[in-house]
Write a protein that binds this ligand. Structure first.
Ligand code: URP
Ligand code: ZN
Ligand code: ZN
Ligand code: ZN
Length: 461
């Protein structure tokens, strides 16, 4: 009982060609012309449609207290959007160790419809934490995340240095939320004491310089330690300049951006307060000039990946709390299901990136950086049969009425997108058919990821 995808336009990070794909026992076992099947096989006709590797979303926040999407609804929305793997952030509960946290998160994720891994958030640094980092790879987790952005959970420079050094030794990538939280805190106090409480002050108190400074500092520490450093959600030209300078100097730096920074801008924060609060995320939405810089850096290869940063804060008793004071709105936007169609419309159709680049940044690169390649991230013989069939000729309008995610609002409401996700396969099994999710909760598997050192020795990126 194999699955055969016939006559599609196969897209990999390096080429586009017409062929058939056969998936057997969950793995791709043949890519060639005119593969015929038996009566028992599932045959999918992909004539005039793109056949892509399933997307890997390396930045999700499912299952966070107070948010609406835990693993079942969140991965259902992800699957509808062509995502077949997520790497989700844990949320440390400081009453236990982060290895204990991880055990809990693995249990929480058991009803996922798609495959998943975790990044461990670490917000303190002591002897025990440093020792535990060396044990993370045994748990299948090969990345940590550190915050420089928020007073409550940020690490200082000494801690950054010690944690990165420990991570490097363990073969663990350090993900960094780079914004200067101390300066931002001063700017927020000044804004509030002048009664500047509207949502746009969220952006004005987190200016590009605060992101650029923290990016530069994190990457200087990465340079000193030699640690692989992955800067999450890069938003602006100023930060990109620091990032590119470090990369050109040979720092082992990887950069991520998110669809919201590519297609939304700070004008959304200037709307009427009750609308504007929906758009509060950190770093904040920037300008059209920053969007241009992000697209250019995707095209040039400086930015390696796209993550949704999906955070499903409710409007009622959530976002609305920021109407009279921007600091009271929870940070982060929902959008897990829209990544592919937004990038296809505003990237590929508008001539900013090629189809192969889209595959590279949404699938191949996150797989390579985070130790999942070649099991995930490409349509190779031997890889998991995670596939998206995209009909490029249909268009639609994003609206909350048809969304799968659980929020009462959609930040892309009314935006036109191009392409329709006809089928999504997870390890050969159809989980989305004609825009309907047919996958079963619990069919996703926890992915044991490889250490960073093993991959880099193979010179994969
Ligand atoms: O504003 C954001 N991005 N919220 C989610 C948490 C984080 O900082 O990644
Ligand atoms: Zn962050
Ligand atoms: Zn341009
Ligand atoms: Zn995030």
């Amino acid at each position: 009982m194999a699955t055969i995808i016939q006559n599609g336009i196969i897209v990999t990070a390096s080429e586009t060609f017409q062929a058939d794909i056969k998936i057997d026992n969950g793995k791709i076992n043949m890519i060639s012309n005119q593969i015929t099947g038996s009566n028992e096989d599932t045959i999918l006709d992909a004539t005039n449609k793109y056949v892509l590797p399933g997307l890997i979303d390396p930045h999700t926040h499912l299952g966070i207290k107070g948010t609406l999407d835990a693993f079942e609804t969140g991965t259902r929305a992800a699957a509808a959007g062509g995502i077949t793997t997520i790497i989700n952030y844990t949320d440390p509960d400081n009453s236990q160790t982060f290895l204990e946290d991880l055990t809990e998160w693995k249990e929480k994720a058991q009803n996922a419809l798609i495959d998943y891994g975790f990044h461990s958030i670490i917000n303190k640094c002591d002897k025990d934490v440093l020792e535990q980092i060396s044990k993370l790879p045994d748990e299948g987790v090969t990345s940590i995340k550190l915050f420089m952005a928020y007073k409550e959970n940020m690490v200082n420079d000494e801690e950054l240095y010690l944690l990165m050094k420990a991570a490097k030794k363990a073969g663990v990538v350090t993900n960094i939320h780079a914004e200067n939280g101390s300066v931002i805190d001063c700017l927020i106090e000044e804004a509030l004491s002048s009664n500047n409480t509207k949502p746009i002050y969220h952006a004005y108190t987190r200016p590009p310089a605060t992101e650029a400074e923290a990016t530069a500092r994190a990457l200087r520490i990465a340079e000193i330690t030699g640690a692989p450093a992955y800067i999450v959600h890069i938003t602006c030209e100023e930060a990109l300049k620091e990032f590119v300078r470090a990369k050109e100097k040979g720092v082992n730096a990887f950069g991520e951006t998110c669809p919201q920074y590519l297609v939304l801008n700070e004008e959304y924060l200037k709307q009427e307060e009750k609308e504007a609060v929906k758009y509060i995320c950190s770093p904040p939405l920037r300008t059209n000039k920053d969007q241009e810089a992000l697209w250019h850096n995707i095209k040039s290869g400086s930015i390696s990946t796209i993550g949704s940063d999906h955070a499903s804060h409710p409007y009622v008793n959530g976002k609305e709390n920021g109407i009279n004071n921007f600091t009271k709105a929870p940070n982060g936007l929902p959008g897990i299901e829209s990544t592919l169609l937004l990038l296809y419309k505003y990237g590929v159709c508008e001539g900013k990136i090629s189809m192969s680049k889209l595959v590279e940044i949404t699938s191949q690169n996150p797989a390579k950086i985070f130790g999942l390649y070649p099991q995930k991230g490409s349509l190779n013989v031997g890889s998991d049969g995670d596939v998206v069939i995209l009909d490029p000729n249909k268009s639609s309008i994003i609206t909350k009425a048809s969304q799968k995610q659980s929020t009462e609002y959609n930040v892309y409401e009314g935006m036109e997108v191009q392409g329709s996700i006809e089928y999504v396969l997870s390890r050969g099994k159809v989980i989305v058919k004609d825009n309907k999710v047919v996958g079963e909760p619990g069919s996703g598997k926890f992915l044991y990821r490889n250490k960073f050192t093993e991959q880099s020795q193979e010179g994969r990126l």
